[in-house]
Design a protein around this ligand. Sequence first.
Ligand SMILES: Cc1cc2nc3c(=O)[nH]c(=O)nc-3n(C[C@H](O)[C@H](O)[C@H](O)COP(=O)(O)O)c2cc1C
Length: 206
Amino acid sequence: MEILGIVGSYRKSGNTDILVQKVLEGVMNYGLDTNYIFLPDFNIKDCTGCERCKVGFKCVKKDDMQKLYPLIEKADAIVIGSPTYFYNVTGVTKNFLNRLYCYEIFDENDRSVWMGLNEVIGIKYAVTVAVCEQEREEDMGYTSLTLSKTIEAVGYRVIDNIKALHVYSKGDILNYEDELKHAILAGEKLAKTLMLREKVKSTKII
Ligand SMILES: Cc1cc2nc3c(=O)[nH]c(=O)nc-3n(C[C@H](O)[C@H](O)[C@H](O)COP(=O)(O)O)c2cc1C
């Protein structure tokens, strides 16, 4: 089993990066494997709505997302984080999320009927991490919601949404004991969820 951490901040070792890594630390406390992607290291263009992915569920756009799709598909769970940039996720995070459109399936005749590919091949799990500078949650805007709604749409059950408020400078989050602890606990819960799934899989049901 493998959990993939995905960081959508441009600041390496910044607040989002630290929190995502803390979640992975929680996962590793239970001995599960982790992998890690720092999104700005990759050239990820936005989805252009060509709809060619609706045949075969593969995106045809030739950029670095083609390196990331196999990592996403291999992972049993993801931890995805973004800082707030004007009430929403960063540009690179939004491009990444939009490119998950290839994993969304629609009924040919009724587009109000849809599901995530993972609902067909096996549900996956996720933790989201959102960070913002202001103290009030409303100033985080849609950051957390954009992350969780998008990955739910492609078939992940989100087991925790971490929201760190009032964090500004790079690395400030290291002074926030409660948030760091929350991140580790979320990682441990993710690991325990996957272990429970394995246990149930090996149990004869009825
Ligand atoms: C372009 C830009 C827009 C921002 N917009 C917001 C905002 O709307 N609300 C907020 O609370 N913080 C905002 N921030 C502050 C960042 O979310 C905050 O500094 C965060 O800790 C950065 O996380 P990082 O270290 O993971 O990059 C903004 C920062 C930048 C650079």
